[in-house]
Every structure is written in structure tokens, then in C-alpha cells.
Design a protein around this ligand. Structure first.
Ligand SMILES: [Zn+2]
Length: 522
């Protein structure tokens, strides 16, 4: 089956050794907003999230909890799903790498790579971090230790492994990332990968001995597949398991900066070797943190999402996480910011809903006035453009401007409110849906169309201003109706006729009479 407008988006496949924290929530909410937005654009969506359930760390966490690893991940998977339910995350697939069908597809894919001559056996010697579950290159170590894990996690290790000929694909990957064939954003992360690709890239050890909690290599039962390799394959295997093959390749893999290398270099290399299409976009986000430090379990600075959701609800939690700043920034968590978003949503609610919980009587089928119309079209344009460019914080700022404006209107045009509700919906689905129903719609807004804007209606009104020198009109300038005095002054002084009239003379004063004229006194 071929579908015209498909959109396949994935969160990172999360490591199943603990409950989700605020950072996981940020990436999942982000993906959910993108998915909801594309759905309102009329596209066919496949939204995948899930858990990477194999590997040493999971086995250790299970042991600590005195549980069998499968039981441990089964319970965790339920917990993660309940979190996503609380946060109103509408995923289509919750992928689990302990799914037996996943193991089968991983085996087939790696066999294919081996038959292509891209897998060989060799001895691996090096510094190994149990925390990262990977051999570390010198560049990854600080004083011989892993910067992200406790010293006792790092050891020398030597073993027989199978290797994937990653080095063979490096020139093509390098070119792909440089030319945008493998679109990697943001620019800072793209540069980081390109810089690392300038160094020597060794082949990748793709199997481990003595890691029983994993997928066995089909041709060597003693070796299990390196957990990172099989985890990456989930994005592909899920489309087969859930009979969604037509959605491959992924349109957007959303990932954390800690796993940029795996997604941007190793994953495309595996796909190239297997002869599958590469993902259409890789997008890296910054970590969410408390005080400049990466938030992760091993560093112990974890805010429980439960607390935030309980106190403020899903909509505020979702929106606040997206309001915290540009995607690539490492973000400090700030409870005052949470309050700010809370106030914004309350303000919108109070603007359209009265004390009895009904739509305010000030909302009717009137035409929007010129200013409201313009601001609405500007808001539609800005919010859509910002979502397309993953700038959710500025999209939210624009929505705040709109709500401030309608809060001052004595009468509210229903059409404008409805359009705004649709813009709000991906971010704040509960409140948007509730207001939508109160506006006497019988059906959910999920199948509505994203509002359209007109450039003409969104354009700022412009006015013409006369420019005088010593009281005599020299020229006319056109400026936006809301331009400030400084802007008007600069524009007036830049007129050619004005320049020739004042050359060699000292400007004593520039008088701006708003929206009428500028007089330059020399
Ligand atoms: Zn480590």
C-alpha cells in the first residue's frame, strides 16, 4: 500500500532501567505535539515510542529489585504507559524490544549484513564502561574514566566479538550529513558529528559475550547482540511487526544529544548495508536539567513527573516543558515558569468560559475587527511555522500575545476563538478539547483541519509619513502602523533627498509626530 501523506515520528527508544523522568517526558511530549499537528494537517500519522528492554544495566536493575528481568521490564512497561496516558500522549505503537518478533527481525537483518560481508569476527580490547554498555575511545574518557558514570563502572575488557564494518560506510555518511542527504538538526549537533567524523572511526563491535539478557546472534548462540544495535533496529522492526511497512522510512527520529552518534552515524550505516531507505530527518534535543547538570538517574537529580502532573495537570506540564527555551539548549527547570504557563492557560479559560462552566455570552458570530483578524492570521502563521521549525517556545509566546489581546475585547468572534483552539490543541489537548465541546461541537477536534492564514490579512498595516527638513516636505516614507519613533527617525534620516538636504549640516533635532510626519531641524 502506498500512502500519500504519511508521517512516521519516533521518540528515542528509552532505556528500561527506571521510571520516566522529566527529560523523557520532554521528548515524548514534543513528539506528541508534532504528531497531533501533522494529524490536523490531514496526514496519516505513525507515532512510535517504547522501551529498550535488554542489556546488562536492565539485568542489574532487575537483580537489585529481586525480579526476573522479563517480569521487571513487563512492570516497567506498564508504568511507562500509564505515564503517557496521564500526559495524554497519543502514540500508535508502544514498542518493546523483548517482543519475540523483534528478536526475529533483528536476527534476519544482521544475517543480511553478514551475507553482504559487512560482519566479521575479531578480538576486541579496550576500556569498557558498564554504565554506557560500550567500549570507550580515548576521546570519550576524562582522566581514563567515563564522565557520565561512577569509576567502578569502567574496566579493561578483552573479548571475541562480531564487528560491523562501520568504517566502510563512513565516507558516504560523512557526505550524506555534509550535503543534507542525512538531515541532522540543529546545526550545532550536525557540526559536532561532522567534526567527530574527521577522526578515525573504527568498526563497531555488535555483539557481547556473557550478557545473557539479550538477543542471541542467529549464527553464534554464545554472543548476544549489542543492546544499542538491536535497540536502533526497533524503529524498523516495529513497522513490520505492526504491519505498517508503508511508513518506512521514518520522517523524524527525535533523539537526545547523548545518543546522537548512534542515530546519526551507526543507524544510517546499518540501513545502508541492509539496503533500506534512510530516515528523512534526525532531530537532536538538549537535556532538561536542574542547574546546568545533565539530568540522569545516576546523578540523582530527578524530579518526579508525578508531582508536577498532580499539582498542575497534564496540559500545564506539557506546555511548560515546551516553553523552556530553544530545543538545543540545556534547560534549567524553573517552577516560576510552570506558574507562568499555568496562568496563561487559566487566563484563556476565563476569557472564554464563564463561572458556571459555559461558553461566555460575549462570544458570538460577529466578524472579527481588523486588529483581531490580523493578529489571528499572524498567530496561525507563526505557530505553524514555529512548529515546522521545532521552535515551540516562540509558538507559545505568540499564543500568549493572542490571548492577551482577546482578553481585552468586549465581544469575542466565535470563528477566531475556534481557530485559536485548534492552534492550542497539540500543546494543551485537554483544555482545547473541552473548550471545543463547549463551543457546541459534537465531535472531537482531532479530525478538524489546521486553520489557514492569509498573507494579506496577516500583513501589518503600513502608513505613509511625510519627511520635512526645516518644515519643508522633502520625501515620504512607508512604515508599519505600529513602528516606534526610533524606527521612523532612522528611516527618515536614510532618505536620499533628506541626506542631500542635510549633508554638511548639524542635525539639531528630529521631531517625530506619530503617524503623521517627521521634521528634521538643522
Ligand atoms: Zn559510561
Amino acid at each position: 500500500m502506498h500512502i500519500m501523506n504519511k508521517y512516521y515520528i519516533t521518540t528515542p527508544i528509552y532505556y528500561a532501567n527506571d521510571n520516566p523522568h522529566i527529560g523523557h517526558i520532554a521528548t515524548t511530549v514534543f513528539s506528541d505535539i508534532i504528531a497531533r499537528y501533522h494529524k490536523l494537517q490531514g496526514e496519516d500519522i505513525l507515532f512510535l515510542t517504547g522501551l529498550d528492554e535488554h542489556g546488562e544495566k536492565v539485568a542489574l536493575a532487575a537483580q537489585k529489585a529481586k525480579k526476573d528481568p522479563q517480569q521487571f521490564v513487563d512492570e516497567l512497561a506498564k508504568k511507562w504507559q500509564s505515564y503517557w496516558e496521564k500526559l495524554n500522549i497519543k502514540y500508535d505503537i508502544f514498542m518493546r524490544t523483548t517482543n519475540p518478533e523483534h528478536a526475529k527481525i533483528v536476527g534476519e537483518l544482521l544475517t543480511q549484513l553478514k551475507e553482504n560481508g559487512d560482519i566479521y569476527r575479531a578480538t576486541y580490547k579496550g576500556v569498557y564502561c558498564i554504565g554506557c554498555e560500550e567500549f570507550k575511545a580515548d576521546r570519550d574518557l576524562v582522566n581514563g574514566l567515563c564522565p557520565e558514570h561512577h569509576p567502578d563502572q569502567v574496566c579493561q575488557k578483552e573479548e571475541e566479538n562480531y564487528f560491523f564494518k562501520l568504517s566502510k560506510y563512513i565516507p558516504e555518511i560523512k557526505k550524506g550529513i555534509a550535503d543534507g542527504i542525512i538531515p541532522l538538526e540543529p546545526e550545532s549537533k550536525r557540526k559536532e558529528i561532522l567534526a567527530r567524523l574527521e577522526e578515525e572511526v573504527r568498526d563497531l563491535s555488535i555483539s557481547r559475550q556473557n550478557v545473557p539478557w539479550g538477543i542471541k546472534l542467529p549464527w553464534d548462540e554464545i554472543q548476544t547482540v549489542y543492546v544499542w544495535v538491536e535497540a536502533l533496529i526497533n524503529y524498523f522492526s516495529a513497522t513490520k511487526i505492526y504491519k505498517k511497512e508503508e511508513f518506512w522510512p521514518a520522517d523524524l527520529h527525535f533523539l537526545g544529544k547523548g545518543n546522537n552518534w548512534f542515530h546519526s552515524v551507526i543507524w544510517p550505516a546499518i540501513l545502508m548495508s541492509a539496503g533500506y531507505k534512510l530516515p528523512n530527518k534526525l532531530l537532536v534535543h538538549g537535556y532538561l536539567n536542574l542547574a546546568g547538570q545533565k539530568m540522569s538517574k545516576s546523578l540523582g537529580n530527578v524530579i518526579s513527573p508525578d508531582e508536577v502532573v498532580k499539582k498542575y495537570g497534564a496540559d500545564v506540564t506539557r506546555m511548560y516543558e515546551m516553553f523552556m527555551g530553544p530545543l538545543e539548549a540545556t534547560k534549567p527547570w524553573n517552577m516560576q515558569g510552570v506558574e507562568g504557563v499555568h496562568r496563561f492557560l487559566c487566563k484563556f479559560w476565563r476569557t472564554v468560559i464563564d463561572e458556571t462552566g459555559n461558553i461566555k455570552s460575549t462570544i458570538s458570530d460577529i466578524e472579527a475587527d481588523e486588529e483581531t483578524q490580523r493578529l489571528l492570521h499572524q498567530t496561525i502563521k507563526k505557530v505553524g511555522g514555529d512548529i515546522d521549525n521545532f521552535r515551540f517556545n516562540t509558538a507559545i509566546s505568540q499564543m500568549m500575545i493572542f490571548v492577551n489581546h482577546i482578553g481585552k475585547l468586549p465581544a469575542l468572534p466565535r470563528k477566531a476563538i475556534e481557530a485559536f483552539v485548534l492552534l492550542l490543541a497539540p500543546f494543551s489537548p485537554h483544555i482545547a478539547e473541552e473548550v471545543w465541546q463547549k463551543l457546541s461541537h459534537k465531535k472531537t477536534l482531532a479530525y478538524e483541519n489546521w486553520p489557514k492564514y492569509s498573507e494579506e490579512l496577516a500583513a501589518e498595516k503600513e502608513i505613509e509619513i511625510a519627511v520635512q527638513v526645516l518644515g519643508r516636505i522633502k520625501d515620504k516614507i512607508v512604515v508599519p502602523a505600529d513602528a516606534d519613533d526610533e524606527f521612523i527617525k532612522q528611516k527618515a534620516l536614510a532618505c536620499e533627498k533628506v541626506i542631500s538636504a542635510i549633508t554638511g549640516k548639524e542635525i539639531k533635532k528630529v521631531i517625530v509626530i506619530k503617524s503623521r510626519l517627521v521634521n528634521i531641524v538643522i
